[in-house]
Design a protein around this ligand. Structure first.
Ligand code: PPY
Length: 317
């Protein structure tokens, strides 16, 4: 429910994650389901899985989780967590430019760093830098960048790849900026129980997961349903269904809202073509400036005029 203040929101924690920063951004967006007042009691979760489980159990009204990154691609825990289990929907998205620090306990020198901890996406975005500057150090996976910073503060690891602010939050100091790709952007999504469908804004995105049949041309048929209706896809990727090799589910984002005729019709076509289609939400797009022009021929008015014409023919008029 856009504009309605949500009381209980969770995020991938602990304090100091990129997700927490993204949550602060989300709270300031007009019409956001999360209000600034909700930040004071936002609940940090240890993993994406527990954050989603909390929403499913009704313990929280929503959870903000990372979905994909411009350097490393999708966050499998989020993609798979949304594709399986009780239905959840995305009700908002946020983009955040991420920058990194190599955070250590004060006084630690680079030549003393034996272990570097971070979220897999943090390590992946600094891999070249780490290979060049700390070739002997072992990478350790943490559930988040801030969790890694806390581990360093508590002496479990020597360095963390985390947000500069997270390093400060845990009393660490930065040895370097280890990012391989300055300007990397991460996309976060607010996930809620179904029943909350944000109203169309005119610049929306829709997310679905479809299990495409193991048939020649099946994926082309799916893509065609979007193309013929002038709907632009903004992301598509395949994930294993875990059934057997060769059967994939495709996760995709397209422009438009399920309330738009063209999008609704594309989704019903997918329902006819695919073994399984899961609707994962329609929500205002955070990068509204990037949207494509929609041809008049696929606007709702054109569909309505065509409906009237067909009705006339059928009623013998
Ligand atoms: O671990 C974090 O801080 C997150 O929010 C996930 C993440 C990790 C690395 C890059 C972007 C987001």
């Amino acid at each position: 429910m856009p504009g309605t203040s949500m009381t209980r929101v969770a995020y991938l924690g602990p304090e100091g994650t990129f997700t927490e920063s993204a949550l602060s951004t989300l709270a300031t967006l007009p019409g956001s389901p999360v209000g600034v007042a909700d930040l004071t009691h936002a609940r940090p979760e240890v993993t994406v899985a527990t954050a989603l489980a909390g929403v499913r159990a009704g313990e929280t009204d929503g959870a903000l989780v990372p979905l994909e990154n411009s350097v490393e691609g999708s966050v499998p825990a989020t993609m798979d967590g949304l594709a399986a289990g009780a239905a959840l929907v995305i009700t908002a998205e946020v983009f955040l430019e991420v920058s990194f620090a190599l955070a250590v306990r004060p006084g630690t020198r680079a030549d003393q760093v034996r272990t570097v901890a971070s979220h897999p996406h943090g390590l992946a975005q600094c891999r070249r830098w780490l290979a060049e500057h700390l070739p002997g150090a072992t990478e350790v996976l943490a559930s988040s960048t801030a969790e890694a910073a806390r581990d360093v503060a508590e002496g479990r690891h020597d360095a963390a790849v985390c947000a500069p602010l997270a390093g400060e939050r845990y009393g660490l100091e930065s040895l370097a900026d280890p990012a391989d790709n300055p300007g990397a952007v991460t996309r976060f999504v607010l996930v809620q129980q179904p029943g909350t469908l944000p109203a169309p804004t005119g610049a929306d995105k829709t997310t679905v997961v479809a299990v495409v049949p193991d048939r020649t041309g099946a994926l082309l048929s799916v893509l065609t349903e979007f193309a013929v209706r002038g709907i632009s896809l903004t992301r598509i990727e395949s994930r294993p269904t875990r059934e057997r090799l060769g059967v994939y589910s495709f996760s995709l984002d397209c422009e438009g809202h399920v309330a738009d005729r063209r999008v609704g019709e594309a989704l019903t076509a997918l329902h006819r073509l695919c073994a399984e289609v899961r609707f994962l939400g329609s929500y205002p797009r955070a990068d509204a400036g990037a949207r494509k022009q929609v041809p008049e021929t696929v606007e709702d008015a054109a569909f309505a005029a065509a409906d009237r014409w067909l009705e006339q023919i059928r009623s013998g008029g």
